[in-house]
Design a protein around this ligand. Structure first.
Ligand SMILES: C[S@@+](CC[C@H](N)C(=O)[O-])C[C@H]1O[C@@H](n2cnc3c(N)ncnc32)[C@H](O)[C@@H]1O
Length: 195
């Protein structure tokens, strides 16, 4: 992935493209006929790459600043025309009939701690760190076509087995397709294919 080909700005309080962003991006197989959804778009780099490759792209974030940031980056790169960017808690704002063939999420995955920062919404995945990812998996399974795929980042800081179990319960065949060791954790990209 040639990340330098995009003209990206990052608003204050929005998660900047990082190691996990690039690991997820490099794992994705995006086809022109994919109906693509990114949850938690942040500054929008993954959405921009998807907009270059797929004809139909929807992008969601619960942070209004992230929604504005993604919209601005799509506009700067002349990629807005096949994209919709929505403020939503996970997939809650979507009509039940909205279906996708590919849904991706680099979720907040750290457990809650006592420190507070203005990036907590992008980093903290709940008390155990897995709650937002688990909720995402359940919702995504309701918005995928048969044979549809999800790609989600997990970290060994949280309980990755419980996330795999949820994927299996929701009907996904799950595989680890990439991993990277960072300072104090290993991050992995899980791919789930809906049976
Ligand atoms: C780790 S950042 C990833 C940003 C970007 N996709 C990337 O990879 O650089 C997680 C993003 O998920 C968003 N987010 C957190 N909880 C969410 C929720 N319940 N619904 C939608 N987005 C959420 C955050 O605002 C943040 O932008």
């Amino acid at each position: 992935m040639d990340k330098d080909r995009y003209d990206i700005t990052v608003f204050p309080g929005v998660y900047p493209p990082s190691e996990d962003t690039y690991l997820l991006l490099d794992s994705l197989e995006i086809k022109p006929d994919d109906a693509f959804l990114e949850v938690g778009c942040g500054a929008g780099l993954i959405t921009l790459v998807a907009a270059m490759k797929a004809n139909d792209v929807v992008s969601i974030d619960s942070s209004l600043e992230a929604v504005r940031n993604t919209l601005q980056n799509l506009t700067r790169n002349d990629l807005l025309k096949n994209c919709h960017v929505i403020e939503s808690d996970l997939l809650c704002a979507l009509a039940p009939s909205s279906k996708f063939s590919l849904i991706v999420f680099n979720p907040p995955y750290l457990p809650q701690d006592d420190d507070q920062t203005d990036l907590d919404h992008a980093l903290i995945g709940g008390e155990k760190g897995t709650e937002i990812a688990q909720r995402f998996i359940r919702q995504a399974s309701e918005h995928l076509v048969a044979g549809g795929r999800i790609f989600v980042i997990v970290s060994t800081i949280a309980d990755t087995d419980s996330i795999r179990e949820t994927m299996t319960k929701c009907g996904f065949e799950t595989e680890t397709v990439a991993e990277a060791s960072l300072f104090f954790e290993k991050i992995q990209v899980l791919r789930g294919v809906l049976w």
